[in-house]
Ligand binder design. Sequence first.
Ligand SMILES: Cc1ncc(COP(=O)(O)O)c(C=O)c1O
Length: 390
Amino acid sequence: MPVAKTIARQLENASWIRRMFEEGIRLKRERGADAVFDFSLGNPDVEPPPAVLDALRRVVDGNRAGSHSYMPNPGYAEVREAVASKLQRETGLGFTGEDVFMTVGSAGACNVILKSILDPGDEVIVLVPYFAEYQFYIANHGGRMVPVETDASFLPDVERIAAAITPRTRAILLNTPNNPTGRVYPEGVLRDLQTMLERTGQPITVISDEPYKSYVYDGGRQPEVASLIANTAICNSWSKSLGLAGERIGYLALSPRLEDRVNLRRACGFSNRILGFINAPAIWQRVMLESMDETIDPAIYEQRRNILCDALEAIGYEVRRPEGSFFVFLKTPIADDIAFTKRLAEEGVLAVPGTGFGRSGYIRLSLTIPLEKIEGSMGGFGRAFAASRR
Ligand SMILES: Cc1ncc(COP(=O)(O)O)c(C=O)c1O
């Protein structure tokens, strides 16, 4: 049976992380796992906190009658209320349970909101470099991705965003702390964005994709996007904050300041349903009810960041230290990031070329790798750097 041309084309474009993953398997087979240093996947390697696993045991042992049945489309009411209370505390806004939809991760939440607001040909602004999946989430719902360059330090360039807005613009997708750059968007930039959006007078939704929100380093914190930008839809999950990426548990929350929120609520409940997800796994919704305030200490990733960045700097790389998320977006010593990625792979070091995120001349290194692997990789980073200087 032939594969659809669209999917065949998307598969071709989407293959960078997959290619590196396959390269990793091949290298591990050839050289042994000890000689491979895999910085390619952003898969949290810190286990969920014991309190979360205890809650899971209690939920399973409790096995309440009906706990495996269908539930209301947006998810369990008490879980949605609990998420809303947390958001109230964090943002100072009057979120209610009705504004919250339980979803299969932040990925599910992004798809639900996009499906709810896009007609074919509508435009969504995405900031470059971007999480590669966004192009497919937008295309899933007939939208057109409009990539807009960030400034030289990878922060949103509000004037460029303003210039990219057309009558078809329906949303701006923001991701902070950012994958792949590790930047944490400061309050001033978010305020400027709000001022600009007010000026346009167009109903543009800011989709704030926040799965790395709890990973901000050096004692900093992520300013609340929903507190600063009126028309915000929050997409979040516990994939990264609690190391639960495989459990597919997250939510979409519509800001109380969002225009036409009551109609949008109905649309989002419906979209979640007809995407086939309905909402999120029942057991994990109940676990989250008991684990709402748990987090993984970001210190472990901060320590890895420090060791990795110090060592790369010592070799001679030009390093921008990420303020948050799991990633170091490293300038490559030669302009061709794909060639440099291949050179590193010869050394057993796996990275993702920036080209996969819409920005050549960089590679993305994930901090979800043990310290001894970071230390073990430095010989390879050093030889690849030296080779680029010849
Ligand atoms: C920026 C960004 N958004 C969304 C996701 C999807 O995460 P989830 O597991 O919550 O669906 C990821 C996962 O890597 C991500 O990096």
